[in-house]
Ligand binder design. Structure first.
Ligand SMILES: Cc1ncc(COP(=O)(O)O)c(C=O)c1O
Length: 506
């Protein structure tokens, strides 16, 4: 039935107010009955049509709005079913009090979510204002420490593997998936770990996570009570520390020397130690075999946990890779956390945890509450990527590429910025430390550089308790060797515009 053309409206009172307010758009793709329904509902909710208002009759509305009877009846029926209108037998249709009575008299101002802390708990505000967030992800010549080489990503292979799994409709691909992670990926990770890291474990000990960060968050909830003490490296990985700190525990920083984190520096009764033995983050130190033994002895003596974060030791340019703590500890107090963020790309959001057998099920249950298992299609594509040897190929290429980028960075820092900072080659990882003069405030300096589009991280932000000399973490993996001179020149210019002490000139 088509709607007749609209006529001028001449009603007074509540019915007139309603008719004056309703504007139907005949050119809209939204059917007229839906437009009428939405507008009447809005008029009732905002109080234009108060409770007990008698609505004009269907016949009047048809005539005044120029719509069909079916349009009006459909809208009224829906509003009646939802409790906005009430039909009185033989006496027309009235606005019901159900919704209007429940509404607040005036709109309440919402908290400004963009202002950090305004909408969070005191604990949330203090924890998460520390989380690192000051990089520009679009910058292709960034010095951000965890940036990888976008151009090296084997996009063709990845597209083919993703396509292989994207169209699957079998139960394993479509359902919630195995909460431990996609079984072929767990197997492929177990094979990879023995090949590349000398870590021997069964696939049944591996749980796939959404990056290492999810593993830290889950372990924090699973293993810690608020009264517990957690030992972290000082300086140490910020987001990892915050995951443990978020449980309300006491966090104690242990110093890091040339042999790695110092055991003697920490509270012996601590429940957990969060460590990066393969390549201390951010300083780059490799934990010595003797120090490894000391930490394992500490965990065994106090029945404490060690969370071993090994995020990028596969990216090693020289020197030997020592076996992880996980394989050295016979008493099973070590939990190993790995990630594909650095060896491949962080946007995959895929990592994994290798657990002592008795922690696998508790960890998996906690994971299914805190984030659930990552997207199956990604896991399946990655499983094939590993099983077909593409990660080995990618690692061989990126090791060469990153070694050349590191050399280029050090050469350019020496040529253009030797008067500002001192940097030495690192054996593994994606950044070097640029040590600044003692009088410089590294946090102000990094902020001043960032304001000019040059992104690094200040060592000061990695500090837990003890004072540190000022330094910048300068990533080399994200900038091509042939562009390094230009990128470092930009950094040098930005340095020249800094005020003494570090802050940028206005
Ligand atoms: C020390 C350390 N551990 C772990 C990670 C990896 O985190 P994710 O796997 O969540 O990307 C990073 C990333 O920057 C890191 O620096």
């Amino acid at each position: 039935m088509s709607d007749p053309p609209a006529r001028p409206r001449i009603m007074k009172g509540a019915g007139g107010r309603m008719l004056a307010a309703v504007e139907l758009d005949r050119g809209s793709a939204l059917p007229l009955h839906l437009q009428l329904y939405r507008q009447l509902r809005g008029l009732i909710l905002d109080g234009t049509l108060p409770p007990e208002t008698r609505l004009p009759s269907t016949r009047t509305l048809v005539a005044e709005l120029g719509v069909s009877r079916l349009t009006v009846v459909t809208a009224f029926e829906q509003l009646t079913a939802e409790g906005f209108l009430r039909a009185r037998q033989g006496d027309g249709t009235y606005v019901d009090a159900l919704w209007t009575a429940a509404m607040a008299p005036a709109p309440v101002a919402r908290p400004q979510l963009s202002e950090r802390g305004a909408a969070t708990s005191a604990r949330g505000a203090s924890l998460f204002s520390e989380a690192p967030h000051s990089w520009d992800p679009k910058d292709t010549e960034s010095f951000v420490p965890s940036q990888v080489a976008a151009s090296a990503f084997p996009a063709g292979v990845w597209r083919r593997l993703l396509a292989r799994h994207a169209a699957r409709t079998d139960a394993a691909a479509i359902g919630y998936g195995d909460p431990h992670g996609y079984e072929p990926l767990r197997q492929a990770i177990a094979d990879y770990l023995i090949d590349v890291r000398g870590l021997s474990c069964g696939a049944e000990q591996i749980v796939v996570t959404s990056g290492a960060q999810q593993a830290f968050n889950v372990l924090a909830v699973l293993l810690l009570d608020p009264a517990d003490t957690v030992l972290v490296e000082d300086p140490g990985h910020i987001s990892g520390r915050l995951a443990f700190q978020s449980q309300g525990c006491r966090v104690q920083g242990v110093p890091v020397d040339d042999a790695g984190a110092v055991v003697a520096g920490g509270d012996p009764s601590a429940r957990l130690a969060y460590l990066t033995p393969s390549r201390q983050h951010p300083l780059g130190t490799v934990m010595s075999p003797a120090r490894r033994r000391e930490w394992i002895a500490w965990a065994q003596a106090h029945r404490s946990w060690i969370v071993e974060d090994d995020c990028d030791s596969e990216l090693r340019y020289h020197g030997t890779l020592l076996p992880p703590l996980f394989g050295l500890d016979q008493a099973r107090h070590v939990i190993y956390v790995g990630t594909f963020s650095k060896v491949l790309v962080p946007s995959l959001r895929l990592g994994y945890v290798v657990l002592p057998h008795d922690l696998v099920e508790p960890f998996t249950s906690a994971c299914s509450v805190i984030g659930r298992t990552p997207a199956t299609v990604m896991q399946a594509a990655l499983a094939d990527f590993l099983a077909e040897g593409h990660l080995h190929t990618h690692l061989r290429r990126t090791r060469r590429l990153y070694a050349a980028r590191q050399d280029a960075l050090l050469e350019q820092l020496d040529a253009q910025l030797a008067h500002r900072l001192t940097a030495r080659s690192v054996a593994a990882g994606l950044h070097v430390m640029g040590w600044l003069e003692a009088s410089v405030n590294d946090i102000d300096c990094a902020r001043g550089l960032a304001r000019q589009g040059v992104f690094t991280y200040p060592l000061g932000e990695y500090r837990v308790q003890r004072p540190l000399p000022p330094a910048l973490l300068i990533g080399f993996a994200g900038t091509a060797a042939e562009h390094m001179a230009r990128a470092v020149a930009r950094m040098a210019e930005a340095f020249e515009r800094l005020e003494p002490g570090g802050a940028a000139e206005a």
